[in-house]
Design a protein around this ligand. Structure first.
Ligand SMILES: O=C(O)C1=C[C@@H](OP(=O)(O)O)[C@@H](O)[C@H](O)C1
Ligand SMILES: C=C(OP(=O)(O)O)C(=O)O
Length: 437
């Protein structure tokens, strides 16, 4: 739907160790879950420190178009639920909008037409639409564009799905299920579900809104989640900073032997991005988490890593960039599902690292990256925010890297290029709408 003009951005080269303090805007995953729950809640609620980016603005527009009133200045938003009615939703390239809003649309009184970016048409979705039909909804289409004919209510009940393509299939059904007449019981059958922390995040936020949820962790029933029907309480929330978006900045410390601190790093969190602490530690960095935030000190020699990223695939582009600059080979496992992310990230990472003279082998489940001496050149971003930030990391150590369409980082981190430049200049770094401290 949206056309974007590609342009090349000269990724800054780091002449020495990077030293920076970086304040990140709010988490995409938490903001979009909170928006959905607030729109389904029993009364108004306020979100503080919400992320404003393409993905979250698409969620806001989608919910407004279906009847929610969302007002606010920048990162503070007040959401007042309204009767849900028919309308149109632009998903852009946001997996959270594409997967989380169809179940909510099934509760509307009228047809809801979904469309999105050309690239979004290739993202896996059929599982959610088939599940909705099983739960009582009428849906025209099996992928974008499609129409959910909201009937004002949905029966809900028991459904069996294969969620090996995306954890968002499970999260999507769970988020709206308290408003289904019979709630939902989801059985997953198939290869293992990726990105489990994201489902745990969904369970956690539902419970904080007073919803009864049973998950494999408590029930012992592997791969079964259940939500009881009932009210979703309106809760005022402070959104944590986005830890996945922190990872390129932390990687800058790791690859330059520098020091980067991220204040307000939560001591306990459901965000998958928290896994970067053990990844950087394994690669040889010094990682310290305390009340002042997270501090990463880069090593003299960055080690390669052999790691299963199945649970935290979102971090794979950052880890691949680190691996390309490490002293020893790396093997990234468990991430076949990245082929259905914003782009086929396995193919894209291999093509771009190889394009600079690197050596990457693509496996059915991931990548082997053998460090070589890289040269400058064009790094394509494929409209993928995390491909663009991975190119920026590589550019810190390889002169002459040009990232095409760095503006695509606005999907979750508008102002990334300015933040990156400020980091290299030794200036304070804060994204637009910085996280309230
Ligand atoms: O629910 C979420 O907020 C997300 C779940 C994950 O999706 P997949 O399970 O498709 O990897 C993650 O990669 C994505 O960035 C955000
Ligand atoms: C996979 C990602 O996004 P989405 O929410 O669009 O699936 C991501 O941000 O890495």
């Amino acid at each position: 739907m949206t056309s974007r003009t590609a342009s090349r951005w000269a990724a800054p080269y780091a002449a020495g160790p990077v030293q920076a303090r970086v304040i990140l805007p709010g988490s995409k995953s938490l903001t979009n879950r909170a928006l959905v729950l607030s729109a389904l809640a029993t009364g108004p609620s306020t979100l503080t420190g919400a992320l404003r980016s393409r993905d979250t603005d698409l969620m806001i527009a989608g919910l407004r178009g279906l009847g929610a009133d969302i007002v606010g200045d920048g990162t503070t938003l007040t959401v007042t639920p309204g009767p849900l009615h028919g309308g149109a939703v632009d998903c852009g390239l946001a997996g959270t909008v594409l997967r989380f809003l169809p179940p909510l649309a099934a509760l509307a009184t009228g047809p809801v037409a979904f469309d999105g970016d050309e690239q979004a048409r290739r993202r896996p979705l059929g599982t959610v639409l088939t599940a909705l039909r099983t739960l009582g909804a009428r849906v025209d289409g099996d992928g974008l564009p499609f129409v959910v004919h909201g009937g004002g209510s949905l029966a809900g009940g028991v459904v069996t799905i294969d969620a090996s393509g995306s954890s968002q299939f499970v999260s999507a059904l769970l988020l709206s299920a308290a408003r289904f007449e019979h709630g939902v019981v989801i059985h997953h059958v198939g290869p293992s579900v990726p990105s489990r922390p994201h489902i745990d995040m969904t369970v956690d936020i539902l419970r904080s809104a007073g919803v009864w949820v049973d998950s494999p962790a408590e029930s012992g029933a592997a791969d079964t989640w259940q939500v009881a029907p009932g009210p979703i309480r309106a809760v005022d929330r402070v959104i944590e900073p986005d830890l996945s978006n922190a990872t390129p900045f932390l990687a800058a410390a790791a690859v330059t032997g520098g020091v980067v601190r991220v204040p307000a790093w939560p001591l306990r969190t459901t965000q998958a991005g928290d896994a970067i602490r053990r990844i950087l530690d394994q690669m040889g960095a010094t990682v310290q988490l305390d009340d002042a935030g997270l501090t990463v000190r880069g090593p003299d020699r960055l080690q390669g890593i052999d790691i299963d990223l199945h649970d935290v695939g979102e971090l794979a582009p950052t880890v691949a960039a680190l691996a390309a600059l490490a002293a020893t080979p790396s093997r990234l496992r468990g991430i076949a599902h990245l082929r259905g992310h914003e782009t086929d990230r396995l193919a894209a990472l291999a093509a771009e690292i190889d394009g600079l003279g690197g050596r990457v082998t693509v496996h059915p489940d991931g990548l082997t990256i053998t460090p070589t001496s890289l040269r400058g050149g064009c790094w394509k971003s494929y409209a993928d925010h995390r491909m663009a930030t991975a190119g920026a990391i590589v550019g810190l150590r390889v002169a002459g890297v040009e990232v095409d369409n760095v503006a695509t980082t606005a999907k979750t981190l508008p102002g990334f290029a300015d933040m990156w430049a400020a980091m290299l200049a030794g200036d304070p770094v804060a994204g637009p709408g910085k996280h309230a401290r």
